[in-house]
Design a protein around this ligand. Structure first.
Ligand code: ADP
Ligand code: MG
Length: 322
């Protein structure tokens, strides 16, 4: 089973940022209001995610580290109607197969917390531990025992940049939750809970929010809302390109084509668009199982999605010129 896990790990855990993403998504799924991330050496030495979610019961701790032991799929239908972020039941098992993973959790109402350690797949028995609430996951020495993978990792600062980006994406999708990020003991991000405008101002800059257009358009089951960056944004703020489908960050050709088309008439040729937009549609309208890291999606009615995004955004951008 260890080998199977290590192969799966290669797909799911490309680098520290992908492990971090899996861990933070579990925290969101567990209903955490506060998610604190501590990294050492770009996440290669340590990725620690501390949440205040519902926690895991003692007897479920070993299960949580087993492949396909998700608690989130209860029927075949759930596969098409994925409500949660993580649902394949292989995130923790994959990470644990290529690191030393320590999982400490206090289930709501439990007398105390329990801790379990998985060292490259091998599990020990849960032991009593001290933790006030929620779950803390520590991933030590990612890929330490798989040098072939380890050599694909870039410098600590590059790996940290990817981790920071993963935090930004999740934090933009969940402005009502609090996030912190530290690297090598130094605070990097401290995001208090609020609304999208406040979160976007913290992460993408005041200029992006103040000059941007707020939009919220609906057509049938489709809704597009968020902030479309102004075509006149100064250079520094133009990197913001965040698009979410049903709460997940995605990069999709259909969407990108529509966005480019909408911006084409209002942008000067040397500029590119900035946006933080959320597309919502019925879960059956989008397949999120295309890729293990879930950054790609497939729309059932991609032409309808294309037309809707183009029309909604064009309308909003026209107001910036009016
Ligand atoms: P999946 O998220 O696809 O279910 P994972 O391997 O990521 O699979 O997690 C396995 C299980 O462990 C989850 O279904 C959940 O029950 C539990 N779990 C993992 N992380 C947390 C957390 N931070 N808080 C509460 N439960 C968690
Ligand atoms: Mg998961």
């Amino acid at each position: 089973d260890t080998l199977v896990n290590q192969i799966a790990a290669g797909e799911v855990v490309e680098r520290p940022a992908s492990a971090l993403k899996e861990l933070m998504e579990n925290s969101v799924d567990a209903g955490a209001h506060s998610i604190n991330v501590e990294l050492v050496a770009g996440g290669t030495r340590l990725i620690k995610v501390i949440d205040d979610g519902g926690g895991i019961e003692r007897d479920d701790l070993p299960l949580a580290l087993h492949r396909h032991a998700t608690s989130k799929i209860h029927s075949f239908d759930d596969l098409t109607r994925v409500a949660t972020l993580g649902f394949r039941g292989e995130g923790l098992a994959s990470i644990a197969s290529v690191s030393r993973l320590v999982l400490t959790s206090r289930f709501e109402g439990a007398q105390h917390a329990w801790r379990i350690e998985a060292d490259h797949g091998g599990l020990n028995e849960p032991e009593p531990a001290a933790l006030a609430l929620g779950t803390t996951v520590e991933v030590h020495e990612l890929y330490y025992q798989t040098p072939a993978r380890r050599k694909f990792l870039k410098s600590d600062s590059t790996e940290f940049a990817h981790c920071e980006e993963a935090v930004k994406r999740l934090a933009l999708a969940h402005p009502a939750r609090q996030f912190t990020l530290s690297h090598n003991g130094r605070a990097q991000l401290r995001l208090l809970h609020g609304d999208l405008a406040r979160r976007a101002a913290q992460l993408l800059g005041d200029e992006f929010v103040q000059t941007g257009v707020a939009l919220d358009e609906r057509a049938g089951p489709l809704r597009l809302w968020g902030i479309a960056g102004s075509p006149t944004l100064s250079k520094a703020s133009r990197d913001a390109q965040y698009f979410f489908v049903n709460g997940r960050f995605v990069r999709d050709k259909v969407v990108q084509h529509a966005l480019r088309e909408a911006y084409r008439d209002v942008l000067h040729h040397d500029r590119h668009a900035a946006y933080c937009l959320f597309l919502e549609l019925e879960p059956e309208g989008v397949d999120v199982n295309v890729h293990p890291t879930k950054i790609e999606v497939r729309f059932r009615e991609s032409q309808a999605v294309y037309r809707f995004v183009l029309a909604s955004l064009s309308k909003a951008l026209a107001e910036t010129r009016a």
